[in-house]
Write a protein that binds this ligand. Structure first.
Ligand code: 9L8
Length: 834
């Protein structure tokens, strides 16, 4: 039976129970929470308590709007968009909430009256690390834009107990420690123990024919897990919308436990409980790598099953009749953030066919009209391909459904392409081989009405190479949605000095509409303005240099060019190209210490997957080069190498405002989009980049003159590889490059172990240099020289910096989301009145 909203008239008075944004009211509320929520007094209150209480105050302000938003969507029966993602890297909430609710000033004032400094207190918030990198951060930027654009929508994911590991650097090596982010409690979430769903695993499928002679399937003898909802409010920018991010936590089911307890087997009961609850225990720390682990598959299904049950429960509140399912996709759009939640396609089919008793065709129409899929990578090692044997054991009914989808699909492909076996083999959901596997990308394409890439080039590659056969079959399904970032966090919040300068020059409409930044274009000719622009960057660099002195014990020349590469460590992203270039700079300086060169501080930040040997060795190499360079008296203050530990959203917020140069140097054709590239440009850094991912569009927007492009294009890279690439030829013909590689190879940077870095040089010279580092080196080096030349002319550099900021309006995630709304979801904004 559909659940009905029952109103309690006596609770009408709740509407009068609201809170004020006056300073005194905020202070009272803060003190109230200190005493009655935390039970602390003037002797025992710590700064963390202060952070918690001010967060409770901010959350109280969110709650009215949140309840109101959810109630309005229900009353208007609005079409809802569901963003399903295994990762949400939302970052700290306090600063963002205060900006979006427009209560920064009164809160700062109230805190000051109680003797606290808001800026200092903000640092006590634990940065939730429920994601790896770009894919998780994109999901978070999208939520901010969805709320700011008043789109009825929800984020759904997993409440991992442990987020992405903490990275410590010990003796130059990455060391991982657990991120126990819930240790001190999380004031932003509200547990919803009333939203409980059973999620089934394992078991077997029972077939029977019902009274009407129809074949039915029942999934039986399952092991059951309970999903509990935790909700986090997501405020829009200065509007009344507060969306919900619902994350699921796994609990063992009570019946399951009782069975054991009644048999007196307490130990097994406890062991099973622990086993069950491991499902939501920890985020897998891989970015762009598919591991194929059973626990990961269980995470994916656990969250998909709970989410679909919740979506259907909500749908049935307004549409209680079974026949209403015919219009399901008029009210529900589900966006799959990569294939990680793609099992949802088989799950919705299972619900419609096995539980709601729809015929296959009807169920399939509803399913494909509901789902949309975003692809984020073409790297073969990242594509999810679950083995049939694993799926058969964990999700036996889903495997049957996938086979049925595949057989109907292949029949259609055969008819359409005259039984072309190559097409059938490529497009099949089943990959044949030593071990049969299910290609989740193919399932996602077949089961969705929209497939999008995340930059113009990436979408072209999807259409022309990776999924070309699907594109031939369904050209209208494929579309591009170039990624974006939210300017609320990535400029307004993280760079207060630049934000203030921009707002005093062109007003503050840019916070809502980033294309307003175009108004800065004429100011790029205004020398007084450029002077102020430089001062802002300089003071941001000074603050960062102070941090380096305190935390890294390196002194950094504030006037040096801050040359930055912040991203996951991956061979295709080519941090190695950057550090090899550093070695060549070092060698030139050693040969001629008096050389007049533009001083550089080359800054790296990023985590490596714990099992990724080469990425971890590259971290060690960067730190070993840093050791040599930073403490060599010949180098003076002309060159520094810094590796910043534990890159995260909050660390990105402190680093980006100080960047002069943004390194976006992946091999063309490998980085689907990149979003760090956009964050740097928005904070006034110039880019040195390959023609890859969204770099191409950034170059187009900011103008060729204001962007340092280098290297092979994706087409050139492709044909070089196909025509027998010989990395050794580049090494033999470039003495500077040869010298640098020989030093790394022979142990110059690893005197304690001369062989340490051999695998790195070996991968380049003897293993085929998969990412064409040597082929791009000369072009990179030459372009870096041009960078230095321009940097010498500070007026020219800052002019280009202004033009970068002025022309990044396109890269707001608001623009991206509006494109999804119009082209894919067919959703409408719903204005929330107070
Ligand atoms: N590398 C892309 C980046 O270019 C893009 O900007 C970003 C947002 O669209 O997505 C990044 C991306 N992440 C992943 C990814 C693949 C996985 C994974 C975990 C397991 C298996 C594969 C986590 C992340 N693909 N693309």
């Amino acid at each position: 039976m559909a659940e009905k909203h029952k109103k309690n008239d006596k609770l009408d008075i709740l509407n009068e129970c609201t809170i004020s944004t006056e300073v005194d009211a905020i202070m009272t509320s803060f003190l109230h929470h200190m005493k009655y929520t935390l039970g602390k007094d003037e002797y025992t209150a710590t700064k963390r308590d202060c952070y918690k209480c001010i967060s409770y105050v901010a959350r109280d302000h969110l709650i009215d709007k949140w309840l109101n938003t959810q109630q309005t969507y229900y009353e208007k029966d609005a079409k809802r968009v569901y963003y399903l993602s295994l990762e949400f890297l939302i970052g700290r909430s306090l600063g963002n909430t205060l900006v979006n609710l427009d209560i920064e000033e009164p809160v700062a004032e109230a805190l000051a009256k109680t003797g606290y400094d808001l800026e200092e207190i903000k640092k006590y918030e634990w940065d939730p690390g429920l994601g790896n990198g770009g894919l998780g951060r994109l999901a978070a930027c999208f939520l901010d834009s969805l709320a700011s654009l008043e789109i009825p929508s929800y984020g759904y994911g997993i409440r991992y107990e442990y987020g992405i590991f903490f990275q410590r650097i010990r003796n130059g090596y990455q060391l991982e420690t657990p991120d126990n982010w819930l240790r001190y409690g999380n004031p932003w979430e509200i547990e919803r123990p009333e939203y409980l769903y059973i999620v089934k695993f394992y078991g077997n499928v029972k077939q029977y024919t019902n009274g009407a002679g129809t074949l039915r399937h029942e999934w039986v003898n399952t092991q059951d897990v309970v999903a509990v909802a935790y909700d986090t409010p997501i405020p829009g920018y200065k509007n009344n919308t507060v969306l919900n991010m619902r994350l699921w936590s796994a609990k063992s089911s009570r019946e399951f436990e009782l069975g054991y307890f009644q048999h007196g087997d307490y130990e097994s009961a406890v062991a099973d409980k622990v086993q069950t609850e491991t499902i939501s225990k920890v985020l897998y720390p891989n970015d762009n790598i598919f591991e194929g682990k059973e626990l990961r598959l269980k995470q994916e299904y656990f969250f998909v099953s709970a989410t679909l049950q919740d979506i259907i429960r909500r749908y049935k509140k307004n549409h209680p009749e079974r026949a209403d399912f015919n219009n399901f996709s008029d009210k529900v759009a589900i966006q799959l953030n990569d294939t990680h939640p793609a099992i949802a396609i088989a799950e919705l089919m299972r619900i419609l066919v096995d539980e709601e008793c729809f015929g296959w065709e009807k169920a399939w129409d509803i399913t494909t009209a509901t789902f949309c899929y975003t692809n984020h990578t073409i790297m073969p090692e990242a594509l999810e391909r679950w083995t049939v044997s694993l799926l058969e054991r964990v999700l036996p009914r889903h495997l049957e459904i996938i086979y049925e989808i595949n057989s109907r699909f292949l029949k259609m492909v055969g008819e359409r392409f005259n039984g072309d076996v190559n097409k059938l083999r490529n497009m099949s959901l089943v990959e044949e081989g030593d071990e049969k596997r299910i290609r989740m990308a193919n399932l996602a394409i077949v089961g969705s009405h929209s497939v999008n890439g995340v930059s113009a080039l990436h979408t072209e590659i999807l259409k022309d190479s990776l999924f070309s056969d699907f594109n031939a079959l369904w050209p209208k399904k494929f579309n591009n949605k170039t990624n974006g970032i939210t300017q609320r966090r990535w400029l307004r919040l993280c760079n207060p000095a630049l934000s203030a300068l921009i707002s005093e020059s062109i007003g503050e409409k840019w916070v809502r509409d980033l294309t307003e930044l175009k108004k800065l274009i004429p100011l790029a000719e205004d020398s007084a303005f450029l002077e102020k622009w430089r001062e802002v960057k300089w003071s941001n660099k000074l603050s960062l240099a102070k941090c380096f002195e305190d935390h890294n014990r390196v002194n950094v020349n504030v006037d040096s060019l801050f040359d930055c590469q912040f991203k996951r460590i991956h061979e295709y992203k080519r941090q190695l190209l950057n550090i090899i270039h550093v070695v060549t700079l070092y060698n030139r300086l050693k040969e001629n210490p008096a050389m007049d060169m533009v001083p550089r501080s080359v800054i790296f930040a990023g985590k490596a997957a714990p099992g990724y040997f080469m990425a971890k060795l590259i971290i060690k190499l960067i730190n070993s080069v840093a050791q040599k360079v930073n403490f060599d008296p010949d180098i003076k203050d002309k060159l520094r190498v810094i590796f910043v530990e534990n890159y995260s959203v909050s660390i990105a917020e402190t680093l980006l405002p100080a960047a002069d140069l943004s390194e976006q140097i992946s091999t063309a054709g490998t980085e689907a989009s990149g979003t760090g590239n956009m964050k740097f440009a928005l904070n006034g850094a110039l880019t040195i980049g390959t023609l890859d991912g969204a770099n191409i569009e950034i170059q187009k927007e900011v103008g060729k003159n204001n962007f340092f492009a280098f290297g092979l294009t994706d087409k050139q890279a492709e044909s070089l590889k196909n025509s027998g690439y010989n990395p050794r030829a580049y090494y033999d013909n470039n003495p500077v490059l040869k010298q640098a590689l020989d030093m790394i190879d022979s142990g110059y940077f690893s005197p304690e172990n001369h062989d340490l870095f051999k695998p790195i040089v070996d991968s380049l010279l003897n293993q085929g240099d998969r990412f064409l580092l040597l082929a791009d080196f000369a072009s990179y080096e030459k372009t870096q020289q041009q960078v230095s030349e321009v940097y010498k002319n500070q007026a020219l550099w800052s002019k280009r910096s202004v033009l970068n900021v002025a022309n990044t309006g396109f890269f707001s995630s608001d623009r991206t989301i509006m494109e999804y709304v119009k082209d894919i979801w067919d959703a409408k904004a719903v204005h929330i009145k107070i």
